[in-house]
Write a protein that binds this ligand. Structure first.
Ligand code: S3P
Length: 441
């Protein structure tokens, strides 16, 4: 899964982007579809699954632990082993670049009587796993990690695991989900207390699969999530909506390339994911929500986006969890806006596939943007709509969202922007370049 050969790619000033595209399925929902289907008894069917490397890493791991997963006629069919029925994988689970696969699967393994070794690429092996090691150890899992709580690590699950209550110290849907998934095979009630709400796909989908899961929210917005263990999951038919985090690149592309008018079909707009649209609209972005509907239990709509003169704003840090993966591309929008955009409260960006604050600040400077990096955000003085200088080679640091953000910046630059290696894009958005080309016809 780790690509050793770098494939550089240059992106240049673009003709207006015109037309209609459908983006691939939501990455978070795709991972969870495979995991929960693999724990249900019977056959689940999934359409619209994201077929990127990250999700395929989850599929391979669930197969290695006993599930049958196959793709037939554009549909994925999964026969699960039942909660409690995961088998001992024979080899290390290769998580590639995928933090979501790693952290959620660690949760699943933690309450099964099996041992699994998790390995990943250089980016994933640098990311902190202590945030899941701590709570899963409290539930009884025995975890031996590399120095600093990193991959490779070996996790020996405990069955029955110990139910407990855990208050999330960081706003992380991955940590929340790891504990809920461990709770699935733990006797009694496991509680997660979430002071800052994060994406709620795990809660929605666990309920959809028939788990006994409840959520109570108190007056200050803290969520108390309870899951009753030793659950029996029922197979489901799932339609995965388009990924708002992938749509983000084309939303911003259409806003910053003069003359553009693009419709992006079937974009998931779960409120815990839709922060970017709100922020771009506040910056003056012309984004219309058409045909609002429900897809696979999630709100969705088609988005019509037209070129707009954006204005810099102070982005409220409270919105961060609902657009946490969208900051790199928001920084590109800010670079083309009129005036100053200030972002704060983004410490978590430093532990994503790369240190997204440092990597974006360095790259944006290299293509002529006035940017200042603070401890927890970037301050960007935009060009007022003038093209950026461009003309630099950007290191993507094995981070798909960095690669795609600078690709889009290249479309609004005088000289080409070269990405040192475009391969990481395939982790979440395999047809990114093809869709871009289709809008440039
Ligand atoms: C994800 C949660 C987020 C996000 C990641 C996907 C998920 O990570 O950045 O791309 O599917 O639960 P954190 O939980 O680390 O914030």
């Amino acid at each position: 899964m780790t690509d050793q050969t770098a494939t550089p790619r240059a992106f240049s000033a673009s003709v207006p982007l015109q037309g209609r595209i459908a983006i691939p399925g939501d990455k978070s929902i795709s991972h969870r579809s495979l995991m929960l289907s693999a724990l249900a008894v019977g056959e689940s069917r999934v359409t619209g699954l994201l077929e990127g490397h990250d999700v395929l890493a989850t599929a391979a791991a669930m197969r290695a632990m006993g599930a049958s997963i196959e793709r037939r006629d554009g549909e994925w069919r999964i026969h699960g082993v039942g909660v409690g029925g995961l088998l001992q994988p024979r080899e290390a689970l290769d998580m590639g670049n995928s933090g979501t696969s790693t952290r959620l699967l660690m949760g699943l393994v933690a309450s099964h009587p099996i041992t699994a070794t998790f390995v990943g690429d250089a980016s994933l092996s640098g990311r902190p796993m202590g945030r899941v090691i701590d709570p899963l150890s409290q539930m009884g899992a025995d975890i031996t990690a590399s120095p600093g709580g990193r991959l490779p690590l070996m996790l020996r699950g405990l069955a029955p695991a110990i139910p407990f209550s855990y208050r999330l110290p960081v706003a992380s849907a991955q940590v929340k989900s790891a504990i809920l998934l461990a709770g699935l095979n733990t006797p009694g009630i496991t509680e997660v207390i979430e002071p800052v709400p994060t994406r709620d796909h795990s809660e929605r989908m666990l309920q959809g699969f028939g788990a006994d899961l409840t959520v109570e929210t108190d007056r200050d917005g803290t969520r108390y999530i309870h899951i009753r263990g030793e659950a029996e999951l029922k197979p489901q038919t799932i339609v995965v909506p388009g990924d708002p985090s992938s749509a983000a690149f084309f939303i911003v592309a259409a806003l910053i390339v003069p003359g553009s008018d693009v419709t992006i079909a079937n974009v998931g707009l779960n409120p815990t994911r839709a922060g970017l649209v709100e922020v771009l609209q506040a910056m003056g972005g012309d984004i219309a929500l058409l045909d609002a509907r429900t897809v696979g239990g999630e709100p969705a709509a088609d988005l019509r986006v037209r070129h707009s003169m954006l204005k810099g704003i102070d982005v409220d840090p409270a919105i961060a969890p609902s657009m946490i993966d969208e900051y790199p591309i928001l920084f590109v929008a800010a670079a083309l806006a009129e005036g100053r955009t200030t972002t704060t409260g983004l410490d978590e960006l430093r532990v994503k596939e790369s240190d997204r604050l440092a990597v974006m600040a360095t790259g944006l400077k290299a293509i002529g943007v006035r940017v200042e990096e603070s401890e927890d955000g970037l301050i960007i003085d935009g060009s007022g709509g003038d093209p950026l200088a461009g003309g630099a080679a950007i290191a993507g640091h094995l981070d798909h969202r960095i690669c795609m953000s600078f690709a889009i910046a290249g479309l609004a630059s005088k000289a080409p922007v070269t990405i040192d290696d475009i391969a990481p894009v395939a982790t979440s958005f395999p047809n990114f370049e093809a869709l871009l080309a289709s809008l440039q016809q």
